[in-house]
Design a protein around this ligand. Structure first.
Ligand code: ADP
Ligand code: VHF
Length: 380
């Protein structure tokens, strides 16, 4: 198959992308275990504010809670017991969000704390809830600051490193770009901490398996090392996001990336974002329910660019939960589209044929206006 992206022009995509997830790792955020790197935080926040003024929407994924907690509690070495790590994370998360809130206040921007676990992203309903909260915050110009919810996780289900979490958030919000800021200038052919002849990779494809062999473990402060960053690029590419692994200490790093300067390692996604999402939805061959549409709704979907509103649905069949895949049928019984539904079957039945204005009265609350949002809809 012919790659969709020419590596020579791949950096152009950093200029056109409108939504970035930026992950800042422990290796950068922590001052050798002496608490948070506040001047560093202010410098990245200044750049993020500049990007936002250029119209880029930003979601931040930030590590640093354990290190800040240790510093606040006066602990000099990282504990190994999970409950101590969880306690440190709970204390430190306060400082972490305070640091971002203060830094963003200089730009009159609000921040929001989002703590996620593996279960939140693997369960479709919680996935959709997290997604709609993040989207709403983005629309409001608030900067979400995401970290793992360390308090409630056990070893088996923890992300552990925030690279994986960053990639899943990039999938969740359908970002164009995942930027991973770390303490090295990018991905090198070998770990530069131990090999003076290591060379920086400037561009590659996320799908190129040879990169995993070059990537090694973490330094003293980080958790995942380079291997989790290379794997994160593969996960981000599933929804079409490119990944840049780059040194957070490079002056004006984010602004220079946006200006296509050849810094860091760009790992491009080989699948276009829309195609990736549609593959994902279309891949759910088993649908849990069916919506019979009226002719107007069929036309609106076939024309493209439209979400499915309850008013265009004549009947709802099957048992399904919010976030599951349902099929949309025309009056002859032919499946014309599939999508992830925003309501469960009993709610969908109540809403069927009704206008959005009637939601409060029918359900007792106001949810999404659409039964299936255009982003979650594939017309077949
Ligand atoms: N091939 C490689 N290229 C660059 N860095 C590498 C490589 N292999 C291992 N590393 C190590 O990965 C570390 C960054 O990962 P990590 O410590 O987890 O940081 P972070 O907290 O930013 O996620 C670097 O300090 C580096 O020593
Ligand atoms: N969630 C934890 C740690 C995650 C972590 O250190 O990850 P990473 O920055 O990818 O090495 C914290 O905030 O301290």
């Amino acid at each position: 198959m012919k790659p969709v992206v020419d590596l020579n022009t791949a950096r152009d995509r950093l200029v056109s992308g409108q939504r970035w997830v930026i992950k800042i790792g422990s290796a950068l955020l922590t001052n050798d275990g002496k608490g948070l790197n506040r001047p560093g935080i202010q410098a990245w926040v200044d750049q993020i504010a500049e990007l936002m003024s250029q119209g880029i929407e930003v979601v931040l994924v930030s590590s640093g809670s354990v290190a800040e907690g240790m510093s606040r509690l006066g602990w000099t070495s990282r504990p190994s017991e999970v409950h101590h790590l969880q306690a440190a994370a709970a204390v430190g998360q306060m400082g972490l969000v305070q640091a971002y809130e203060t830094a963003f206040q200089h730009h009159n921007k609000h921040t929001a704390q989002i703590l996620l676990t593996h279960a939140d992203l693997s369960n479709r309903q919680r996935y959709l809830n997290a997604r709609s909260t993040l989207r709403t915050l983005i629309e409001m110009g608030v900067v979400p600051i995401v970290n793992e919810n360390d308090t409630v996780i056990t070893d088996e289900i923890r992300f552990g490193d925030n690279d994986t979490l960053g990639a899943l958030v990039a999938n969740l919000v359908e970002a164009d770009t995942l930027v991973i800021l770390t303490d090295q200038d990018g991905l090198f052919t070998k770990d530069p901490r131990h090999n003076t002849d290591a060379e920086l990779i400037t561009e590659g494809r996320a799908s190129d398996a040879s990169f995993a062999a070059m990537a090694g473990d973490a330094g003293a402060l980080g958790r995942g090392g380079m291997i989790t960053k290379v794997k994160a690029a593969v996960v981000a590419a599933r929804s079409g996001a490119d990944t840049v692994i780059v040194g957070g200490r490079i002056e004006n790093v984010l602004i220079r990336l946006r200006a296509k300067e050849k810094i860091g390692t760009l790992l491009v996604a080989d699948t276009a974002p829309e195609v990736a999402r549609k593959q994902w939805i279309a891949g759910h061959l088993q649908h849990c329910g069916e919506l019979i549409l009226d002719d107007g709704a069929v036309k609106a979907l076939e024309k493209g660019g439209n979400s499915l509103l309850p008013v265009g649905v004549k009947a709802v069949k099957g048992i399904f939960r919010r976030g599951e895949v349902v099929a949309c049928l025309n009056s002859k019984g032919k499946i014309i589209a599939k999508g992830l539904i925003n309501f469960d079957h009993s709610e969908a039945q109540k809403l069927c044929g009704k206008t959005s204005a009637q939601q409060q009265e029918l359900l007792g609350y106001v949810g999404e206006e659409e039964l299936i949002h255009i982003d979650n809809l594939v017309v077949l």
